[in-house]
Design a binder for this molecule. Structure first.
Ligand SMILES: [Zn+2]
Ligand SMILES: [Zn+2]
Length: 137
């Protein structure tokens, strides 16, 4: 009688044999009947088990899962935010280029300067090479 009332209350059977369970493994978050506790502990020896009475069960693992999901959501949010920022920057850049001729020339000059700079760099490198060659001869 006591067993059936427990089953009616919790409506959860033992994970292994589906018999009414009175015990709970806090670490694995599963319901177990008295007969299956030893089987459960034997079959997964690599992890520790915290077998308690169903009344004393805690939902620690589920809480951790919820935390994990929240942090993942936060991560996704920050990534979306980052993408949105990049997108805004790109849109702003396009509008600046199209809307302002001065900006266009500034960009053009900058590009020209960058080209000149890399040309000079190459020249310097070339002359260093030449000097080294001369020295080694
Ligand atoms: Zn069982
Ligand atoms: Zn366990």
């Amino acid at each position: 009688m006591a067993i059936s009332s427990t089953r009616a209350q919790d409506a959860i059977g033992c994970l292994l044999c589906d018999m009414p369970s009175q015990q709970f493994c806090n670490n694995c978050q599963i319901n177990l009947c008295v007969d299956c506790i030893s089987i459960h502990v034997d079959t997964s020896k690599s992890v520790s088990h915290d077998i308690v009475h169903l009344k004393n069960k805690t939902t620690r693992l589920k809480y951790h899962k919820a935390l994990k999901v929240t942090s993942e959501c936060a991560k996704t949010d920050s990534e979306t935010e980052k993408l949105r920022d990049i997108w805004h920057q790109e849109v702003d850049a396009i509008f600046n280029k199209v809307g302002s001729v001065a900006q266009f020339f500034k960009d053009y000059k900058l590009a020209a300067l960058t080209t000149e700079q890399s040309k000079i760099k190459k020249l310097v490198q070339d002359s260093i090479h030449t000097v080294r060659k001369t020295n080694s001869c």
